[in-house]
Design a protein around this ligand. Sequence first.
Ligand SMILES: C[C@@](CO)(OP(=O)(O)O)[C@H](O)COP(=O)(O)OP(=O)(O)OC[C@H]1O[C@@H](n2ccc(N)nc2=O)[C@H](O)[C@@H]1O
Ligand SMILES: Nc1ncnc2c1ncn2[C@@H]1O[C@H](COP(=O)(O)OP(=O)(O)O)[C@@H](O)[C@H]1O
Length: 293
Amino acid sequence: MADIVTQAAPAKINLALHVTRRREDGYHDLESLIVFADLCDELEASLAGSDSLIISGPFGGKLNAEPNNLVLRAVSAFRARWPELAPRGLALSLTKNLPVAAGIGGGSADAAAALRMLAGLSPVPIAVSDLSDLAAGLGADVPACLLSRPLLARGVGEILSPLQHFPGLFVTLVNPGVAVATADIFRRLRAHDNYPLPALPDPLTRPAQLGLWLAETRNDLEPPAIKLVPEIGIVIEEMAQTAGCILARMSGSGATVFGLFGAEGQAHDAAAQIRRLHPDYWVGTAPLLGAGN
Ligand SMILES: C[C@@](CO)(OP(=O)(O)O)[C@H](O)COP(=O)(O)OP(=O)(O)OC[C@H]1O[C@@H](n2ccc(N)nc2=O)[C@H](O)[C@@H]1O
Ligand SMILES: Nc1ncnc2c1ncn2[C@@H]1O[C@H](COP(=O)(O)OP(=O)(O)O)[C@@H](O)[C@H]1O
């Protein structure tokens, strides 16, 4: 093995999210168009006698390197499944660039990055598809994060259909600095039986096709989240008014809001505008990862 291995953990964005059913187990069936932005946490590791984790970066202070950290949970789950294929210990270092409990799946992306890293270190090949059930056991978003490419997610997030085509687009992400617990938003959700997503254009290659489709969709978690954190609604309105914005919406259970743009310059201008209005908010801009990833 190289002395140090690295894995990027890209931010997840729910471009559309319809909640279609509340299940007996308390979870909800969803239909979601999920994409990933080239804005990432970074996971690094080197071989060691036992596992350890240090956390740094802009949001490192929001997390503890305790056994319930999703990176360590992913390593434990992998080792329990394939004891003979996992290294004896890993000295892990996580650079936390993404806000925590923000609806962009940072923790899920970190867990998925840890699983991909361990699969890559295994002396016997392990396909990403072999990691899916381990991933689902760590969180509803982890299977999607394993793939980190545009996809449709169904069930609680474990039934995945990767898209073969996706237009080149840019996002501006804005987080008002309020952590939102996913379970809290599902608990506040009143309408559980919403209509499913409309069929996607096939092939989906042009931004205009996607824009028309998105106009027919929603994020069903947005109303309860705005009730809890009114800043979300304000940022959505501000983002929607920026030049070239194809869609302004909340991702996941919030509180991060995204603006979708066809041109990088438009996404940067929107970011600058939001930063002027809210100098204390986290604002990021990036291209979306394509279907070829
Ligand atoms: C809502 C979504 C949309 O992508 O994203 P986030 O806002 O968390 O980023 C995901 O479904 C979240 O995935 P993830 O964050 O991995 O969720 P989990 O840890 O498995 O679940 C946290 C809690 O959310 C609720 N939950 C989650 C997923 C789901 N389909 N139905 C639910 O009711 C459950 O109460 C669960 O206890
Ligand atoms: N490595 C990690 N990064 C972020 N959150 C983590 C991590 N490990 C555990 N968590 C916990 O997981 C929860 C969800 O975090 P996150 O994935 O950032 O939010 P969301 O699912 O809303 O996008 C938080 O309460 C956080 O404390």
